[in-house]
Design a protein around this ligand. Structure first.
Ligand code: SF4
Ligand code: SF4
Length: 115
């Protein structure tokens, strides 16, 4: 059965799907293509658009710079198999609201109807 995507239903422009950090125990390569190793000093030079990771204590730290490569026409193309961090970002969750506030242009058209 296809999982219902309430974010798409309210026509959100996926504010939570760009410029985000994740922590995960799964290898990020199973979710993202072309994952690169994070430079030791993140601020040393601006990172190009893409997905970067580092590993510490058996945990992966992942950052997406720019739009997530899984985002296509404001829809996640691995939605049913998206990373646990994405699954926690439910509509109207704290992370969702923060993402929409962070990028006030890319907000839901009608997120209030999904409270
Ligand atoms: S994997 Fe999907 S839900 Fe997660 S950030 Fe990327 S597009 Fe968004
Ligand atoms: S969780 Fe929030 S910001 Fe992310 S796609 Fe859904 S409605 Fe948009």
């Amino acid at each position: 059965m296809v999982e219902r995507n309430s974010c798409t239903e309210v026509k959100c422009s996926s504010s939570c799907c760009h410029d985000v950090w994740f922590y995960m125990i799964d290898n990020p390569n199973q979710y993202f293509q072309n994952v690169k190793i994070m430079p030791e000093k993140l601020n040393e030079k601006p990172l190009q658009v893409g997905v970067y990771f580092s590993v510490s204590g058996g945990q992966y730290k992942v950052i997406i710079i720019g739009d997530c490569p899984n985002l296509y026409k404001n829809e996640c193309n691995i939605y049913s198999n998206r990373p646990p961090g994405c699954k926690k970002t439910n509509i109207n969750s704290t992370s969702c609201r923060e993402a929409r506030e962070r990028d006030s242009i890319k907000t839901c058209n009608d997120h209030t109807s999904h409270k």
